[in-house]
Design a protein around this ligand. Structure first.
Ligand code: MF3
Ligand code: CO
Length: 249
């Protein structure tokens, strides 16, 4: 069952979102060639805890870290490592903040030093996909309208949409009912209602959408070894326009 949130509850999630956003902003400023994703993870965990919140991903279904840190061909659920990032890498950092029991979830792709033009275009298009999905998140539309707008844009740019992971309802639990595929047909699926809160988190690949899972049983990477990008926001459907709870101005 989809859990509808009150305005007050959405306010609590927005508070968690503010901490998450601030953490992303800090990460953006410290990322450079030479830093390791384990250092970023430690920074994020300390940042979150120092704001009276907790990193919800740590321990979730046994996931061992505060962040997912997925480099280049890693699509998502990458483990932070001691390997330094290098010029030209892209790295996706995904975190969920728990503030007094209410959650916010956001992933962002960062470039390390100077990245290729192709990578630059992938990041731009993936971010556009996220915002097209958000624009479609209005009362009266259906989930399929979000999915379709994302798929149409990604594919018109020659990229592919990862099938195996979806956006999800979120509130006091990280993965609530309501699935938001990033591909699909318009006018299909659940109708959007005021008070629905969910993530939109397109994972877009330069090559094929197929993936494989590493032996750590978590990390998904592209089957062809080509780049994958992701941007994710937690959003609320309201009477007026969709509210982004994790916006990073
Ligand atoms: N934040 C992720 C999402 O967007 C979930 C990561 S799985 C975890 O759905 F185990 F790391 F929490
Ligand atoms: Co996430």
């Amino acid at each position: 069952m989809v859990i509808i949130k009150t305005e007050k509850e959405i306010g609590y999630m927005a508070e968690a979102g503010k901490i998450l956003t601030a953490c992303h902003r800090e990460i953006r400023s410290i990322i450079r060639p030479g830093i390791t994703t384990l250092e970023i993870d430690e920074f994020a965990e300390n940042f979150i805890r120092s704001h009276s919140a907790t990193p919800e991903q740590k321990g979730y279904k046994g996931y061992p870290y505060a962040t997912c840190a997925s480099v280049n061909d890693e699509i998502c659920h990458g483990f932070p490592t001691k390997k330094p990032l290098k010029d030209g890498d892209i790295v996706k950092i995904d975190m969920v903040v728990n503030l007094k029991g209410w959650l916010a979830d956001s992933a962002w792709t960062y470039s390390v030093g100077q990245i290729s033009q192709e990578a630059e275009r992938l990041l731009k298009v993936t971010k556009e996909c996220l915002y097209l999905g958000i624009e479609a998140s209005i009362i009266g539309n259906r989930i399929g309208d979000i999915s379709h707008s994302i798929q149409t844009h990604a594919e018109s740019e020659g990229f592919s949409v990862v099938r195996d992971f979806m956006g999800h309802g979120i509130g006091q639990i990280m993965h609530e009912d309501l699935q938001v595929p990033h591909y699909g047909r318009p006018h299909r699926g659940e109708r959007l209602r005021e008070g629905m809160v969910f993530t939109i988190e397109p994972m877009i690949n330069i090559g094929r959408f197929h993936l494989k899972i590493d032996s750590n049983r978590w990390t998904a990477r592209t089957i062809d070894g080509r780049l994958s990008a992701q941007y994710e926001h937690t959003i609320a459907v309201t009477k007026d326009k969709p509210l982004i709870l994790t916006e990073q101005d």
